[in-house]
Design a protein around this ligand. Structure first.
Ligand code: HEM
Length: 444
């Protein structure tokens, strides 16, 4: 790949010298290079391969919005992820993606999502019930199950048995883990293939497809309306009046499991840990809940009233964005400001860094939900990207926000999270994951 002219270079030697620490956690290495070289640098990985890292919010806007036609997703999403979830809205490109996005988008409109709130709230209550008080609890598995159950119940109402749900969740997580291993240890690619590990995992995906086909066929036969996401997807029609094929529908469901599960559970886990560190903020949420409940409104009114709780989640997504990188590749060579980007460059936009950039954020490392107070949102829109931007922005952003607001409100109205002073630990994999998220809870 030809070198860009004006982009500062980080040598392969430097990369190799830090390789073992990068494998554990690459973020400090990136931060150090941003400090040294400015908002964009090119990391040379050896064998002619390189990646352009950027925390330039203007460049992100340019690649994701203004000139998005020239910036496609990298092969991580279009090939590696697609191997386990098929060719659907997350992993497709071009005309196929546009067709699928147009078809699926209406199912995620706010008004449609309001119909799902009851089911989402029920799934949240059931999972939070598992929290044991008076002992140290790893909160990640609780939120992980909560996020999976929420997607399953929104798709299928109550028409899936516990065994099927467990199996689907197991498969979704096993294939994600395999993918992480493949991406982090590319030099073991031959071994993963030769030892049959990749085949074992694509077989698991086929098993998930078989379970989903059975569920879809049962629904078709039942002739009953459930007003859930599956009904929406079954009723959706392309411009020519045709419905989605069964294979396509099943792949889109696999994608919703994958995209909507880990991201949300990470965010909820980080939020709970931040709340453990900030008792005053927990108290403000508790008071907000009491105030709205006193007005005895319905679930939608409750959700809409939780404005401070929403700010808390927005601030948590700023500090710990689950999608901490957005990756792209430019089709044709391009110029952004004084930078020349050769065709086929791999770009990683660091949302993690943009969200903490001292040029944009006052006291960037401080957890302060008040920065997202009403009226301030526009102030941040050009450098706040937890759900991406442009045509490929997260289709589930409202779904995720409603789910997280209700989950935090439910958790804080039932429990007090006891103070935790130790720092929050992170595990940056495909998503930014929490590590050792042990907390103690007390009943209110
Ligand atoms: C806190 C939770 C979530 C975060 C932080 C998040 C973040 C993102 C981001 C940054 C993208 C854009 C990726 C890119 O441009 O390369 C994305 C895409 C996507 N997300 Fe989410 N997401 C979340 C929850 C969800 C949920 C709950 C669902 C579905 C139920 C979902 C479904 C999707 C899909 C299908 C795409 C692909 C859209 C497309 O390419 O057209 N996400 N998400």
């Amino acid at each position: 790949m030809p070198k860009t002219t004006k982009i500062p270079q980080v040598s392969t030697f430097r990369f190799l010298r830090h390789a073992s620490e990068i494998l554990k956690n690459p973020l400090p290495f990136h931060t150090e290079n941003f400090k040294r070289h400015g908002d964009t640098f090119q990391l040379n990985l050896g064998f002619g391969k390189s990646v352009i890292f950027s925390r330039d919010a203007g460049f992100v806007q340019y690649a994701l919005q203004k000139n998005q036609k020239n910036y496609t997703k990298s092969t991580i999403q279009t090939k590696d992820v697609a191997k386990y979830v098929g060719n659907g809205i997350l992993t497709a490109e071009g005309a196929h993606w546009r067709k699928q996005r147009k078809l699926i988008q209406p199912a995620f409109h706010k008004k449609q999502l309001y119909k799902l709130l009851g089911r989402i709230d029920e799934a949240i209550k059931t999972e939070l019930n598992r929290i044991k008080t008076g002992q140290s609890v790893d909160i990640f598995p609780v939120f992980n199950d909560l996020a999976f159950q929420t997607v399953v119940k929104s798709l299928f109402s109550s028409a899936v048995g516990a065994d099927e749900i467990n199996r689907l969740q197991h498969i979704t997580e096993a294939t994600q883990k395999m993918l992480v291993r493949e991406l982090r240890q590319p030099y073991k690619g031959w071994w993963f293939k030769w030892s049959g590990q990749i085949k074992n995992h694509t077989d698991l995906t086929d098993e998930a497809r078989a379970i989903l086909i059975k569920l879809v066929q049962q629904r078709r036969k039942s002739n009953q309306k459930h007003d859930d996401l599956l009904d929406m997807l079954l009723e959706a029609r392309y411009e020519d009046g045709a419905a989605m094929s069964e294979r396509q529908l099943v792949d889109e469901i696999l994608i919703l499991f994958t995209a909507g599960h880990e991201t949300t559970s990470n965010a909820l886990t980080f939020t709970a840990q931040l709340l453990a560190q900030h008792q005053d903020i927990q108290q403000r949420i508790y008071e907000e809940i009491a105030e709205i409940k006193a007005k005895s409104t319905d679930l939608l009114g409750f959700l809409k009233g939780l404005t401070y709780t929403k700010q808390v989640i927005e601030e948590s997504l700023r500090l710990y964005p689950p999608a901490y990188f957005i990756d792209r590749m430019n089709i044709e060579e391009d110029e952004f400001e004084d930078m020349h980007i050769p065709a086929g460059s791999r770009l990683l936009f660091s949302i993690h860094e943009i969200h903490k950039h001292p040029d944009f954020w006052e006291n960037p490392l401080i957890f302060d939900p008040d920065r997202f107070a009403e009226g301030n949102t526009l102030k941040y829109s050009s450098h706040y990207y937890p759900f991406g931007a442009g045509p490929r922005m997260c289709i589930g952003n409202n779904f995720a926000m409603y789910e997280m607001i209700l989950a935090v409100a439910e958790m804080i109205s039932t429990f007090k999270i006891l103070k935790k002073k130790t720092p929050i630990e992170i595990l940056p994999l495909i998503t930014l994951k929490p590590k050792n998220a042990f907390l103690k809870f007390e009943k209110r």
